[in-house]
Ligand binder design. Structure first.
Ligand SMILES: [Zn+2]
Ligand SMILES: [Zn+2]
Length: 165
C-alpha cells in the first residue's frame, strides 16, 4: 500500500489516517519472523512546513529464545513518528523508504522500522533462566538446586584441605 506524501503536502486540509493490513510473513528478518498480518495505522498531520507522520502497530514476532532455545512469540509494539519536510522524498539519504515520486510504501516502512527496532537478542520472557548445564532442561529443573549445593560443598572441602595442610 502506497501513501502519496507529495500529494498530502499539496492537497492537505486535515489529518490523513490510513489503516492497512501488512503481510510481512515472507520477509527475511534477522533471527525472527512475523507470521501473522500486521495491522498498521499511519497518520499524517501537517504542522507548518513539517508533516508529522506517525506509525502504530503491534506485530507478533516468532523467534527462538536466545537463552532456553524454546520457540516463542511476543508482541513487539511500535509507536513512532517521523518529521517529513517537503522534498524529503528526493533526498537519497532520507530516513524513510520513499519512492522518487514522493510515495511511501507502508509495507517497506513497517519492515525497515522492525529491522531497526527489534533487538538482536530475543527472550521468551525477561526473566527466562535458560537451560540447565547439567540436565539440559529449561530451568528451574529438578537438579538445579542440588547441583549448585554440591559445587559449593566441593569448593569448601578443597579450602579446608588447604587450610589443614
Ligand atoms: Zn527462554
Ligand atoms: Zn537440570
Amino acid at each position: 500500500m502506497l501513501l502519496d506524501i507529495q500529494k498530502i503536502f499539496s492537497t492537505y486540509r486535515e489529518p490523513v489516517c490510513v489503516q492497512a493490513g501488512v503481510d510481512l510473513s515472507t520477509e527475511d528478518f534477522p533471527g525472527y519472523a512475523v507470521p501473522e498480518p500486521v495491522d498498521a495505522r499511519v497518520c499524517a498531520v501537517l504542522e507548518g512546513n513539517v508533516l508529522d507522520l506517525s506509525l502504530d502497530m503491534e506485530p507478533v514476532l516468532q523467534f527462538q529464545c536466545a537463552r532456553c532455545m524454546e520457540e516463542a512469540r511476543k508482541v513487539f509494539p511500535v509507536h513512532t513518528s517521523y518529521a517529513i519536510r517537503k522534498g524529503d522524498w528526493a533526498d537519497p539519504d532520507a530516513e524513510l523508504p520513499f519512492a522518487p515520486d514522493g510515495k511511501l510504501d507502508l509495507r517497506e516502512l513497517c519492515y525497515s522500522e522492525l529491522v531497526v527496532e527489534v533487538p538482536t537478542v530475543l527472550l521468551c520472557s525477561d526473566d527466562c533462566a535458560g537451560l540447565c548445564p547439567v540436565c539440559g532442561c529449561r530451568k528451574p529443573c529438578a537438579c538445579t538446586q542440588e547441583t549448585s549445593g554440591v559445587a559449593v560443598d566441593e569448593r569448601l572441602a578443597i579450602l579446608k584441605q588447604l587450610l589443614t595442610e
